[in-house]
Design a protein around this ligand. Structure first.
Ligand SMILES: Nc1ncnc2c1ncn2[C@@H]1O[C@H](COP(=O)(O)OP(=O)(O)O)[C@@H](O)[C@H]1O
Ligand SMILES: [Mg+2]
Ligand SMILES: [Zn+2]
Length: 353
């Protein structure tokens, strides 16, 4: 059973939301509803997130990401549809039950993380626990542990204004981790950071996730970020999910022109791995698999695969973790993949096929 499930979730703001949902279910148009004073922010969204997964919701500003996230933690009630967390329907809980779930099982990290200026870093990181009524000593121990996980050991007694933006965002992450919540909801949490610090935070999150194995829903408008972090990615447009899949699915088979326009800006060589390009059907040349040339694994990024391919005079051998050959990558295939694989090869009059 998955930890988090959204089933045909709708959120309409404004006039007669229930009528608007019925109209949308019947194929009605979002723009027409707008003219009637109803904003359909989230339309018929369904997905499942398995425990330990990072699920990324990607889309332009106004596509409905934050509204969706606020329904996931019960801050907003869906106009229609269900949200199941640990098998429990959030929409059926009383206000009190919902507040308990929200304070113990769910943590949020926002884009501009507001630290309390007159509390030190340790007190800021322990704030979620304070709200839960956790005694001081316990709270400080857990907050210190979370800060250490986020690379802030030694900064416990510092004041927020002594920290850089990146470090403040780390305190935000530590606050979310300190509560032991299983579900982490992150709304553009790294979007305000400088590119290098942002990349650092992405690495830190992936590193943390290897041991903590939280269930994370991460929102971003940046497809590169989505692809670095997401085990699964949903692309939203005008309230709807237009494509759902892995980074590789989206990159190699964009569902429509909208998704394709995002994909153009993605560095394919860093997102795609040997797995996407290797062939398992073509036999290796006899003797080549054991020739001693460098090999790669299925999860080697294409950028690194290119570097190997440039030095090896035959298709690069792909091995499994046990060293057994699982496939190979011919150079022409690799080059085509990094460029535009959709287009047919050109026949040259001077070079015989
Ligand atoms: N409380 C609200 N009342 C009315 N309209 C809202 C409200 N919250 C969001 N919206 C509208 O819903 C749409 C989606 O907004 P939002 O979920 O914030 O998108 P995103 O996070 O992708 O930028 C927008 O058109 C926005 O104006
Ligand atoms: Mg938003
Ligand atoms: Zn060789």
């Amino acid at each position: 059973m998955s930890t988090l499930q959204a089933e045909h979730v709708y959120k309409v703001f404004g006039n007669r939301p229930d009528d608007a949902v019925r109209a949308l279910e019947g194929g009605g148009d979002r723009a027409e509803l707008r003219a009637d004073g109803a904003t359909a922010a989230v339309i018929d969204v369904s997905f499942e997130v398995e425990p330990g997964q990072i699920f990324v919701v990607m889309g332009l500003s106004g596509s409905g990401k934050s509204t969706l996230l606020r329904m996931l933690n019960g801050l907003l009630e869906p106009t229609a549809g269900r949200i199941l967390f640990d098998g429990q329907d959030l929409t059926e809980l009383s206000g009190r039950e919902l507040r308990r779930v929200r304070s113990t099982k769910i943590s949020m990290v926002f884009q501009h993380f507001a630290l309390f200026p007159h509390r030190n870093v340790l007190e800021n990181a322990g704030y979620g626990l304070e709200v839960q009524g956790v005694p001081r000593a316990d709270r400080e121990r857990r907050a210190a542990e979370a800060l250490a996980l986020c690379g802030l050991e030694g900064w416990e007694m510092a004041w927020p204004d002594e920290l850089s933006g990146g470090m403040q965002q780390r305190v935000g992450l530590a606050r979310a981790l300190a509560t032991d919540a299983d579900l982490l909801l992150m709304d553009e949490s790294f979007s305000a950071l400088d590119p290098l610090i942002r990349r650092d935070m992405q690495d830190q999150l992936l590193e943390l996730q290897r041991t903590l194995k939280k269930t994370i829903v991460f929102i971003t408008h940046d497809l590169n970020e989505a692809m670095r972090l997401g085990d699964g990615i949903a692309v939203m447009r005008d309230g709807r999910v237009v494509q759902q899949g892995t980074a590789e699915d989206i990159l190699t088979r964009p569902a429509d022109d909208y998704v394709a326009s995002f994909v153009q800006d993605v560095d394919r060589s860093r997102v795609l791995t040997a797995d996407a390009v290797m062939t398992t059907t073509r036999p290796h040349r006899p003797g080549v698999d054991s020739c001693g040339c460098p090999t790669v694994t299925a999860d080697t990024p294409l950028a690194d695969l290119c570097a190997v391919s440039a030095r090896v005079p035959h298709p690069v051998t792909v091995t499994g973790t046990d060293g057994a050959v699982v496939g190979s990558v011919p150079q022409d295939r690799l080059v085509a993949f990094i460029g535009d694989e959709q287009r047919a090869p050109v026949r040259c009059a001077e070079v015989a096929a």
